[in-house]
Design a protein around this ligand. Structure first.
Ligand SMILES: *[C@@H]1O[C@H](CO)[C@@H](O)[C@H](O)[C@H]1NC(C)=O
Ligand SMILES: *[C@@H]1O[C@H](CO)[C@@H](O)[C@H](O)[C@H]1NC(C)=O
Ligand SMILES: *[C@@H]1O[C@H](CO)[C@@H](O)[C@H](O)[C@H]1NC(C)=O
Ligand SMILES: *[C@@H]1O[C@H](CO)[C@@H](O)[C@H](O)[C@H]1NC(C)=O
Ligand SMILES: *[C@@H]1O[C@H](CO)[C@@H](O)[C@H](O)[C@H]1NC(C)=O
Length: 463
């Protein structure tokens, strides 16, 4: 299901990319955008309504979207930070509240949700979806306590995206903590005005424990196995944590205070605001990675989770990693399996939520044979993650005393490991249910007959 959702989100992003502010020379975005162009025009009218293609950017302000990233200590007085984000502008016609409410109403009706939103949308909306891309702009970084060895070499690509490594010479010895800098776009012609954005970088120590976590259906209730509800949860509902995961993370954080939490998702970067705000509200502070809107690297676009976590591991070669996710997300299995094989000393333990145990509606058949059974813990309910033994094991891994999952590994716990059959089974089940549920039509059969609507089983919680 994730690929479908992704395609939709990418499509949405591509539409906004059709509206471009050109600040310099940009390389051709390639065949992918050409192929998607017809779909862009269909979706364009759906999203923008009367906000036309040629319409100027009303307030002429160019903005930067970025989110907290990590930095390593490269020598006593220097840090190397990961600079990532995209440049965009917001046309007033797209951000018109009446237009936006209408957009939400359309989505609500399409997903069979009977609401009419005449009031402002009650939570933060991913308004960047409706922006102009700023292509070919340079970047200026002004760190507070220190000086930059050189100004960023990066510039925004065709879809407004930028990514680079920047080395900062500090005035004081580098220590773990948060570093805030001012970031803005440069080189765009008048009358455009570049607005300064604070970019936050978390300096992480060379040694210690990093918890890499998936977000959807691990930390957040997203129900991506149900296309209709997945859309509602992503666009219409506020961020809702899954079960008592906030408590689990709070306890991990309390027990090992210098744990680095890194949150990764396969959603496109345009959703960063919703994810970062929700995670900040419920979980310990950390750093983030999303699917980059970078159509120049096909591998990263398709396997963003693998490349993002790999980049993190190479930046901190001495840190030990715990990879957390769930069995309904196929990319968890692929990426985590590959990373465990390629970085066996760094990947200590893979902890996956067994979605099947609580959600009868889940149709994804995980390919568990991709994962090392001796480094795998499957859990059913979130309370299992803050039992005493689990906390002890994490502490021992963090201190370097223990390797692997410290005897808590469950292997595949008797679950069908999947193999080549898993993909076919998943898609056959999904197609059949899609057919039975008429999921996007209003006249579909009553809920009892729809396998997608089966609710979560209640588990007796053990102490
Ligand atoms: C879009 O349409 C609405 C009415 O449907 C109108 O009030 C508004 O001015 C239009 N906006 C633009 C930018 O044309
Ligand atoms: C960053 O920007 C803010 C407001 O625009 C300004 O007050 C501050 O001095 C800037 N900091 C640096 C280091 O340039
Ligand atoms: C810091 O990260 C950069 C970029 O990944 C890497 O090239 C460098 O080796 C790292 N430095 C240390 C001291 O690990
Ligand atoms: C987890 O759920 C599975 C059913 O999918 C069950 O066989 C297993 O015993 C459960 N494990 C625990 C620890 O409750
Ligand atoms: C599942 O993993 C095995 C490797 O363990 C691989 O041979 C097989 O092709 C995978 N199946 C799918 C559907 O990806």
């Amino acid at each position: 299901m994730a690929p479908l959702l992704l395609l939709l989100l990418l499509l949405v992003r591509t539409i906004s990319a059709a509206l471009v502010v050109q600040c310099g020379n940009v390389l051709d975005p390639g065949t992918l955008s050409t192929v998607l162009r017809p779909a862009i025009h269909v979706a364009q009218s759906f999203l923008h309504g009367n906000c036309s293609h040629n319409q100027a950017l009303d307030d002429n302000v160019l903005r930067i979207a970025t989110w907290p990233t990590y930095a390593n200590i490269s020598s006593e007085m220097t840090v190397t930070l990961h600079l990532i984000g995209y440049g965009y502008g917001l046309p007033l016609c797209a951000s018109d509240p009446a237009q936006r409410a209408e957009w939400y109403n359309r989505l609500a009706r399409l997903t069979g949700y009977e609401i009419v939103m005449n009031r402002p949308v009650p939570f933060l909306v991913p308004r960047d979806y409706l922006g102009f891309s700023v292509a070919g702009a340079g970047l200026t970084l002004s760190p507070p306590e220190g000086r930059l060895l050189s100004q960023p070499q990066a510039s925004t690509a065709a879809y407004g995206h930028f990514r680079s490594w920047e080395t900062l010479q500090l005035a004081v010895p580098a220590a773990p903590g948060l570093l805030s800098s001012n970031l803005s776009l440069a080189g765009c012609p008048a009358p455009y005005l570049a607005r300064t954005q604070t970019s936050r970088h978390r300096i992480i120590a060379a040694k210690g424990l990093t918890v890499v976590s998936d977000v959807d259906d691990t930390l957040r209730q997203s129900e991506i196995w149900d296309f209709r509800r997945g859309l509602q949860r992503t666009f219409l509902y506020p961020f809702t944590p899954w079960a008592s995961m906030p408590k689990a993370f709070a306890q991990w954080h309390a027990r090992i205070p210098d744990t680095h939490f890194h949150y990764t998702s396969d959603v496109p970067e345009t959703s960063h605001e919703y994810y970062v705000n929700g995670l900040t509200q419920w979980y310990p502070p950390g750093t983030y990675d999303f699917r980059a809107i970078d159509v120049s690297t096909y591998a990263e676009l398709m396997n963003s989770r693998y490349w993002n976590v790999r980049r993190l591991m190479e930046t901190f070669p001495q840190r030990r990693f715990i990879l957390l996710g769930d069995t309904s997300t196929a990319t968890n299995m692929e990426a985590y399996g590959r990373l465990a094989k390629e970085y066996p000393d760094q990947v200590q333990c893979i902890i996956l939520r067994n979605v099947d145990a609580t959600v009868p509606a889940n149709w994804g058949r995980p390919n568990l044979s991709l994962l090392p059974a001796d480094k795998l813990i499957l859990f059913n309910v979130s309370t299992e993650l803050y039992r005493k033994r689990m906390l002890n094991v994490l502490e021992d891994i963090a201190s370097g005393e223990l390797s692997g999952c410290g005897g808590l590994q469950t292997g595949t716990a008797g679950m069908d490991v999947g193999g080549w059959w898993s993909g076919i089974q998943s898609y056959a089940t999904a197609a059949w249910r899609l057919n039975m549920c008429w999921m996007l039509c209003e006249g579909r059969p009553d809920k009892q007959r729809c396998a997608f609507d089966r609710t979560e089983r209640k588990f007796k919680v053990e102490k």
